[in-house]
Design a protein around this ligand. Sequence first.
Ligand SMILES: Nc1ncnc2c1ncn2[C@@H]1O[C@H](COP(=O)(O)OP(=O)(O)OP(=O)(O)O)[C@@H](O)[C@H]1O
Length: 328
Amino acid sequence: MIEVNNLVKRYGDHTAVDHLSFKIEKGKIYGFLGPNGAGKSTTMNMITGYIASTEGTVTIDGHDILDEPEQAKKCIGYLPEMPPLYFDMTVGEYMNFVADLKKIPKDQKKSMVEEVMEMVKITDMKNRLIKNLSKGYRQRVGLAQAILGYPEVIILDEPTVGLDPKQIIEIRDLIKSLKKKHTVILSSHILSEVSAVCDYVLIISHGKLVASDTPENLGKLAEGSNTLNLLVKGNKDHIRIALGQIDGVKDITVASAKEEHAWNVMLSTKENMDIREEVFFKMADAHCPILEMQSKKVSLEEIFLELTEDDKKKKNEKETDKKEGENK
Ligand SMILES: Nc1ncnc2c1ncn2[C@@H]1O[C@H](COP(=O)(O)OP(=O)(O)OP(=O)(O)O)[C@@H](O)[C@H]1O
């Protein structure tokens, strides 16, 4: 449906998007996840033809977005980070205006506008000026203009930013319902949002794709490096030797604990293995009582943080530079 090939965007000597390649298939919800400044909006603006790429191509249903923009754009509905609303129009006037821009046939216009307004629950606001709407309703109007004409692909840049929790749930449910008829791509810096709504996640950091998979598989990836934390009493070497005999143990760290004669032991295990019972019996055989045992799964959140750590470091460095500059 959409093919992104080696996409690059440079602003002067800053590379905002760095050789991105991925494919989007029909009928799924894709999540573009990354911290602020990772390059999500820039990528979406290139996919939708708002800005040109420095290098690389985007094809939508076989049409190159720069060579055949009209055909390519016909397949897309876009809600940019700042919805393109006209504040002095009423909701109804704006929807009719968008319908004309999208060249929706006259005989379908009225019913389609009504249907979409019903879908995003803005029918009651039809006669209100957009400038008098709350942020949540403005977002819905923005979503309505993206859906109008029922394009095959709907692209939403941070669709829930600035909304209250109730509005967030409503917008998320609406996005999920779009999957029945559309392919959806949404960007977010909120991990829970992407894992709650999306079938597939693309994690972007510093303009590069650092991981892409289903939320379940990304979760499994994390499970591959589970850890077991123990507080064990006894001889340090005996503990280490006994635990080292267990299959699937990748790494053992033993550090002194606050409690006398006790050790904080951290075991990292292979794959998705549960070795708790074996640990119990090994320690019993070695006469090393376990005082505490806690298994810790690495969450999707932790993978996300790890994968995007570079961005945070750079940001912190920049902030330190700035502060140092200010102090001079
Ligand atoms: N017009 C521009 N000129 C110069 N630099 C830009 C421009 N637009 C974006 N950038 C830079 O490109 C990088 C990526 O920005 P982008 O807006 O795509 O990030 P993002 O992941 O969407 O983040 P956010 O969620 O904060 O919008 C940032 O470092 C940003 O400062």
